[in-house]
Structure formats: C-alpha cells, structure tokens
Design a protein around this ligand. Structure first.
Ligand SMILES: Nc1ncnc2c1ncn2[C@@H]1O[C@H](COP(=O)(O)OP(=O)(O)OP(=O)(O)O)[C@@H](O)[C@H]1O
Ligand SMILES: [Zn+2]
Length: 466
C-alpha cells in the first residue's frame, strides 16, 4: 500500500486519492525574473518521479504548475534592466519551459497569472461576498480571523508572522495578507471593482488550481519554503470559498543547498539549470536529484555529480550486458543456480517497489536497482541465463519508467539498433582474430563517431553509448 508523508499533521498517510483512478496534482512553479536553477530542478523532478510512479501504478495523473509572471521581484528586475515587466517575464518563461523540457519533467498545464486576471478578480470578489476579505484604500485583504484553521498546516501561529515591509496601517490585523494590491505608479495594473491594481501572490494558486483541477485536489506541493506563508494562505483562501477540504496530501521537497545555504535567486547563489544541463546532461542531474529522498536536503558539489554520472553508467553497463545475453545467450534448461538467481532478481525488484511505496523513497529504490546491477555483474554475466536477463531487464525498465535516466536504452528502436551494432561488432571480432587491425580500427572509429564506444577485453568486445 502506497504511503505518503502529509505535511498537514506531519504524519504518514495511506495514499487514497479522491477518485479511485486519477490524481490531481498542483505544484507551485517559479517566479520568472531570473534563470531557473538546479534548486527548482530538484523540486520539479521530485514531483515528476512521483507522477511517473503513480502512472506506473495505474493512476491517471494531471499536473498543473503555475508560472508567476507578475510580482514585485519581476517589477524590480524590469526597472533595474530598463525593460518592461512582461519582456522580463517572457524571456525567463521561455528559458524555464526549455529547461523543464530538457529535464523530461511532464507538466500538463502551465497557467500564467497574467492570463487569469479575470478569474482572480472573481475569486477575490467571492471572498469579499462571503465575508472573508475586505477592501481598504483600493487594496483587498484576506481577513485571517475568519478562517479558524489558520496555522494548522505550518504549525505557525498567525501572531508570529512578521511581514516586514508588507505591514501597512490599513489592515485590520497585521497578519492579514493582500489579495489585490492597489496601483502604484510605474507598476503594471488591471481594472477591477476596487480600482486599478494587480493580484497578490497567494491568490493566483488558489484561483488557477480550482480553475483547472476543481475544488478538491489530491496532491499540492512545492519546496519546503512554501509551507508558510504561501500554502497556509492558499489553504485559507480556497477553503473559505469551498467550505470543504481542498488538498488531500500536502507534500514538500527539502532544499537543494550550496555551501549549506538554500540555493535561491534572491540570495544570488544560483547554478542555472542551463549551465548544469550543459555540463552534466539531464540524466545525470535527474539521477542526482533522485538519489536522496525528497524530504532530505541535498548539497551541491562537482564531486557528487561526477559520482552520480559514474553510478548511472554502472546501471547502463548492466543493461547492455542484459541485452547482449537476451540476443545471444544460449537456450538451455534452467539450472538450480539460475533459479536461485532469478529469485534474487525478483527480490531486488520487490525492494524497488517497496521503497517507492514508502513515501516515494527514491534513495532506497536506487539502492535496490544497484543490487540488481550487482546480480548482473556477478552472476548473469557468467551464467548467460536468458530468462534471468529478461526478468532483470524488466526491472531496469520499471526503474527507468520512474527515474527517466536512460531513455535511450529503452527506446522502442533500441532492440533493432542493438542487434545491428552486435552484428558489426561480430564482424570486427572476426577481423581482429585474423589480425586485420587496420579494418577493425576503422570500424571502431566509425562506431565512435556514431556515439558508440567499443570496449575490448580478453572475454571479447562489448559496447555502450558514450
Ligand atoms: N533551493 C531550492 N531547493 C528546492 N526547491 C526550491 C529551491 N528554490 C526554489 N525551490 C522551489 O521551486 C519553486 C519555485 O520557487 P521560486 O521561483 O520562488 O524560487 P526561488 O529561487 O526561491 O526564488 P526567490 O529567491 O525569489 O524566492 C518553489 O516550489 C520553491 O519552493
Ligand atoms: Zn503556489
């Protein structure tokens, strides 16, 4: 049974979505005023692995992730670079979408704040009509005292909330927060029943989530920094409209840190995804993000990424061996020792599943897959057991369905390509046996140019993608 840690209540709950076969997921996306960084990457990839595992279990998953394209930080950035707010946000939105695509993060809907102003105004009006919000000097504030459950999600009392410069006299209480901000010169604005202005931050997620996913959702997530005030406020707004439980499972990803500090745009310590993808490739990055459980922080370093690349290569090598056994292994009756190894293969795949069922523990799932690779290197490679190889390859396929770090190895063309490469390698072996090295080296070079590395050893030649 799948179990999930719910930030609401800080406990592990059985995962039973509102509807039996579908999962509605909303993840808070970036504020687009700077390059999307590897800290974002970690959170977005974590929810991607969660969605992929849920799909593997037979759920239909719809994931909505917003783009905050109106915000104080965007306005400030626009002023500092002498551009308009939408030039800034369009530029970084484009870059964000490219990176998400390269990282193979599947998001179904990417709603932007600026395209949902009317829906936001309607939502705010609904809160005013129900007595949960009030107008003051052209701004609209949420009246926190009207939502008794405030603080339940974060365990933070409203009185403790220090809003810094957000504190203004027109509010009833210092902990009330803006739903709509009255116009200030030089800022973007839209017309509303309360005069010119723009939306506050929290209201966009309540509005866009209910607009696309309805009034009840299964998973709402983001980085751990969003628990308070953002998610606390979103919950207060939405449940004040629906009078019902909004989110079933609140899930939060721990930080990616650099020199032990949260990586963030406002701290100026970011490594843009663009740079990291160019340097390490998307698969190594995904592997690294998922090599820790999503609720544990991860610390960036070159070493740890190099180590991830090596560990991933180990898994790819195991898959190459399996393909070779399946294509060329001898057909024979199963031996006692092979049946024992097959049971171990089953065991490793079961461990993978158990780890994922345990609050999506990708770290333990990865350990199980490395167990499977060890069985390939120490047993299957020598026994050449075709049935065992088929079982193990299925395990790796399952792993890749969730981790998506070796899609090349599992593309539908792969079987055909593998047999072609194997034939070429066979011809090359034949040439080498007859000491026709000039020709055999030429074949190796041509394969190299096609991204295929030939590895010669006493036992014969194998190959892998670069
Ligand atoms: N270092 C990080 N580790 C994990 N998740 C992160 C990290 N930084 C941001 N996120 C998550 O990415 C999403 C988008 O965040 P946001 O655009 O606010 O990023 P940010 O870099 O923290 O920006 P700012 O510094 O302006 O707050 C949120 O869900 C947030 O929690
Ligand atoms: Zn949000």
């Amino acid at each position: 049974m799948l179990r999930v840690f719910n930030t609401l209540g800080r406990r592990i709950d059985s995962f039973i979505p509102n509807e039996p076969h579908s999962v509605r997921m909303y993840v808070c996306g970036p504020t687009v005023y700077d390059e999307v960084h590897i800290g974002h990457g970690r959170t977005f990839v974590s929810f991607d692995a969660i969605s992929r595992y849920l799909r593997l279990k037979g759920f239909n998953v719809i994931r909505v992730q917003n783009i905050t394209d109106i915000d104080d930080k965007i306005i400030n950035k626009a002023k500092s670079v002498g551009k308009s707010w939408n030039e800034v946000s369009e530029y970084y939105t484009k870059s964000y979408l490219e990176m998400i695509n390269l990282l193979k993060v599947k998001i179904d809907i990417h709603p932007k704040v600026s395209s949902h102003i009317k829906e936001i105004i309607d939502f705010v009006q609904g809160l005013i009509d129900r007595g949960h919000a009030y107008v003051a000097n052209g701004s609209v504030y949420f009246d926190v005292d009207t939502y008794p459950k405030y603080g339940e999600l974060s365990n933070i009392r409203k009185e403790e909330w220090d809003q810094g410069e957000e504190i203004v006299k027109e509010k009833k209480n210092p902990y009330d927060f803006a739903l709509w901000k009255a116009y200030k010169p030089g800022e973007p604005f839209w017309d509303s029943p309360w005069g010119k202005g723009r939306p506050g931050w929290h209201i966009e997620c309540s509005t866009m989530s209910t607009r696309y996913l309805g009034t009840k959702i299964d998973i709402h997530g983001g980085g751990i920094d969003l628990v308070f005030p953002h998610h606390e406020n979103e919950r207060a707004q939405t449940e004040s409209i629906t009078n019902d439980t909004w989110v079933k499972y609140w899930m939060h990803v721990a930080f990616l840190t650099i020199k032990k500090e949260k990586m963030s745009k406002s701290k100026g310590n970011i490594i843009p995804l663009k740079e990291a993808i160019a340097k390490y490739g998307p698969s190594t990055l995904r592997y690294w993000f998922l090599s820790s459980h999503y609720r544990n922080p991860i610390e960036y370093s070159d070493d740890v990424l190099e180590q991830s690349a090596k560990s991933l290569q180990r898994l790819k090598d195991a898959v190459s061996i399996l393909r070779k056994i399946i294509l060329e292994g001898p057909q024979h009756y199963a031996k006692e020792s092979e049946i024992k190894t097959q049971a171990e293969i089953f065991g490793a795949i079961l461990n993978f599943d158990n780890a994922m069922e345990d609050d999506f523990n990708t770290a333990n799932a990865l350990t199980a897959i490395h167990e499977l690779a060890s069985i390939v290197f120490t047993k299957l490679q020598y026994s050449q057991d075709v049935l065992g190889a088929i079982m193990a390859l299925d395990g790796f396929r399952k792993f890749n369905d969730v981790f998506a770090v070796m899609d090349e190895e599992f593309s539908s063309e792969m079987d055909r390509i593998s047999s072609i490469i194997n034939s070429v390698i066979e011809i090359r072996n034949y040439l080498r046996e007859r000491q026709m090295y000039e020709l055999s080296d030429k074949i190796r070079e041509s394969l190299m140019k096609a991204g295929i590395k030939v590895l010669d050893s006493k036992e014969g030649s194998t190959w892998r993608f670069q």
